[in-house]
Ligand binder design. Structure first.
Ligand SMILES: Cc1ncc(COP(=O)(O)O)c(C=O)c1O
Length: 355
């Protein structure tokens, strides 16, 4: 068998409904992000059933996959666009996150040419150091962008947090974004109604009733699929946490020392694993590897199983403390982190089973 990823659509639907209700109570629109699913149409359909209006994607190929499977927009392009792909993005996406004036110029030209309207959200970096104009220079640049737009419609500002610097959403950085929007409105005498302030990591701020009034859009993926918030290192108690379960088959069972024998260099991936001498241990090898997922980030359902290490196609687990007997041909199941899920969903060798 291939590694199997069980996708529980009813749990994803329930999570999307809960996030949607929670945010709408606070006046925040949900953009549900499908990028970790490779734009999976079955998943996008349950998001729509849950009442999600906008689907966020980072790859135009995923948007194409959704459309060709009958999922209709509106779509939001989350990754700031490549100039080389703008043509198709403008054609297929209703909202585009942008952070470059050259890109705005090109989008405006395309919109004018096609007599097409596309909404743009200008990204501001409030400290995390990934995309966006640095907050101190933002007003000037967003005003310039607004002046370039006629067919394209600059309808707001946004920010992304937690993805590079691990910066948490706070009252301060959300206020910075709101102030930038207010100053741009004052200088251009136009209205910019969308303030797209958060992703999963900002949900906590809403839970604690600390989100400043005016932030009115969140783009959420991780919470809906995993019920976790990696940036704040927490599980979200009001969401389901096992919508995805990965299963792999045992291909070898041996008892071996816990420290290698012989002079050691680096492993197959150029890493140097840490070895602790625990004596001889009962180990299983699973038909699963770095190609299929991020094995080091798997969480065994049986807590007595310990993932030790993996190479491309083999994952080694320590089963010495497991009570039940395990045989070659048996399988083991795991919960996944965001990174592990991303790789599993995008790997063609992992079979997706919708339950
Ligand atoms: C720009 C942007 N917004 C929102 C998201 C969703 O983030 P999360 O999955 O943490 O909710 C992502 C990442 O997927 C992103 O790149």
């Amino acid at each position: 068998m291939r590694p199997r990823l069980y996708v529980d659509l009813s749990k994803i639907r329930a999570n999307a409904q809960r996030v949607l209700e929670f945010l709408s109570k606070h006046g925040i629109e949900l953009v549900a992000v499908t990028k970790v699913t490779l734009g999976d149409p079955n998943i996008a359909r349950v998001l729509r059933e849950a009442g999600v209006r906008i689907i966020g994607e980072s790859r135009i190929q995923n948007v194409e996959r959704l459309i060709s499977s009958g999922v209709t927009g509106p779509f939001m392009m989350l990754r700031i666009p490549q100039l080389s792909e703008i043509d198709s993005i403008v054609g297929l996406c209703d909202y585009i996150l942008v952070s470059e004036l050259d890109v705005v110029k090109k989008i405006e030209e395309l919109c004018r040419e096609k007599k097409h309207r596309t909404k743009l959200i200008y990204m501001v970096d409030v400290g995390d150091l990934r995309e966006g104009v640095w907050y101190e220079n933002a007003v000037e640049e967003v005003v310039q962008a607004a002046k370039m737009c006629d067919w394209a419609e600059l309808c707001g500002v946004g920010t992304n947090l937690g993805c590079y610097g691990g910066v948490l959403a706070s009252e301060e950085n959300m206020r910075m974004l709101l102030n930038i929007r207010d100053n741009v409105e004052r200088l251009t005498k136009k209205s910019f109604p969308i303030v797209s302030g958060g992703n999963t990591s900002a949900l906590k701020l809403v839970e604690e009733e600390r989100l400043p009034q005016g932030v009115n859009q969140f783009r959420v993926g991780e919470a809906i699929y995993l019920g976790t918030d990696v940036t704040n290192n927490r599980e979200i108690s009001w969401l389901e946490r096992d919508a995805f379960i990965l299963e792999a088959e045992v291909i070898e069972l041996k008892t071996k020392p816990s420290v290698p024998v012989g002079e050691t260099g680096f492993d197959a991936f150029g890493r140097k694993p840490n070895f602790f001498d625990k004596g001889w241990r009962r180990r299983a090898i699973l038909a699963l590897g770095e190609q299929d997922t991020v094995p080091g980030q798997l969480k065994p359902l049986d807590e007595k199983v310990e993932v030790i290490h993996a190479s491309s196609d083999h994952t080694i687990v320590d089963i010495s403390d497991v009570d039940r007997s395990i045989r070659v041909g048996d399988t083991m199941k795991f919960r996944l982190t965001y990174a592990a899920l991303l790789r599993a969903m995008t790997c063609p060798h992992v079979e997706k089973i919708y339950v």
